[in-house]
Write a protein that binds this ligand. Structure first.
Ligand code: ZN
Length: 285
């Protein structure tokens, strides 16, 4: 067995392997037929298929009106199209509305979540890139790119991803976990935070831990990443070793933070998140 390119987590495009080719370059296929990613908020409209779900295929199952579907790429030898479905549009017969949000109990297979995540990111980009961020002029698409160009001041911009670090602090056979008040009861996870201007990833890790839980760390080690399309984070995962200091919880950010023995962990996030991946791989006995 070969080593995978990246950690196997939904929303990482690599897990689709050869099944998906992105549409960044190349000719748009003629005719709007193929697989349909019908995005309604943070849900996908999909067809039940045995114990799981599949994308609707063929002609678009909903009336498109003036909406032009968006070509995302090629999935399993057929074009895959993205459509933003209005919140008040009824779900067509034969389809069901399934959440893509892991914390809300996402049930779709990782491949569908990854395609749906890309669809949401593409729609988010389209909805936020229509005007030049410098001068406000409506932008135009750069040919064969996701990027947009301003016809007035020539500013060009490309899809924005926001880097955030997420880190497990380990001290021998115990790990430091945190929880936010809005999470499910007794659910704990990792310290996470956005990278600041001028900051290295390691600097971000050390700062976030110091700010949120008050301790110092050493031996900061990268362990994997996850693209997180709610709406556009890049979660960059680390493990660090405790180097000193008492736990002091930043009550503005967190409800609690405490050490847990590796053999007696509390309720954890679902398997879909890099938080859980890191705990499972680096926080167990
Ligand atoms: Zn401009």
């Amino acid at each position: 067995m070969t080593t995978p390119l990246s950690v196997h987590l939904p929303f990482n495009r690599d897990i689709l392997g050869a099944a998906f080719t992105p549409a960044k370059r190349g000719d748009k296929p003629a005719g709007e037929r193929g697989h349909w990613l019908l995005v309604q908020g943070q849900n996908l409209l999909v067809a039940p298929d045995g114990p799981g779900f599949r994308l609707p295929t063929g002609d678009c199952p909903i009336a498109l009106g003036d909406t032009a579907p968006f070509w995302l790429g090629t999935y399993r030898q057929a074009p895959v199209w993205v459509v933003a479905v209005a919140a008040d549009t009824p779900v067509p017969d034969g389809l069901v509305r399934e959440t893509m949000i892991p914390m809300r109990g996402a049930r779709m297979a990782d491949e569908l979540l990854s395609l749906g995540g890309m669809a949401m990111q593409a729609l988010w980009w389209e909805s936020t890139s229509g005007h030049c961020p410098r001068c406000g002029t409506p932008t135009t698409r750069i040919e064969n790119e996701w990027g947009k160009r301003c016809p007035s001041c020539r500013y060009e911009h490309y899809p924005h991803l926001h880097p955030a670090t997420i880190v497990l602090v380990r001290d021998g056979d115990r790990v430091l976990l945190t929880r936010k008040a809005e999470w499910a009861p007794n659910r704990y996870a990792l310290v996470a935070g956005f990278v600041d201007n001028g900051e290295s990833l390691e600097g971000c890790v050390a700062r976030e831990i110091k700010e949120e839980v008050g301790v110092d760390v050493k031996d900061i080690r990268y362990v994997g990443s996850q693209n997180w399309p709610f709406p556009s984070q890049m979660m960059i995962g680390f493990v660090a070793t405790y180097a000193g200091g008492d736990v002091v919880v930043d009550k503005e950010e967190l409800e609690d933070a405490r050490w847990f023995p590796c053999g007696a962990l509390p309720s954890l996030p679902s398997r879909h998140s890099i938080s859980r991946y890191i705990i499972d791989h680096y926080g167990r006995p």
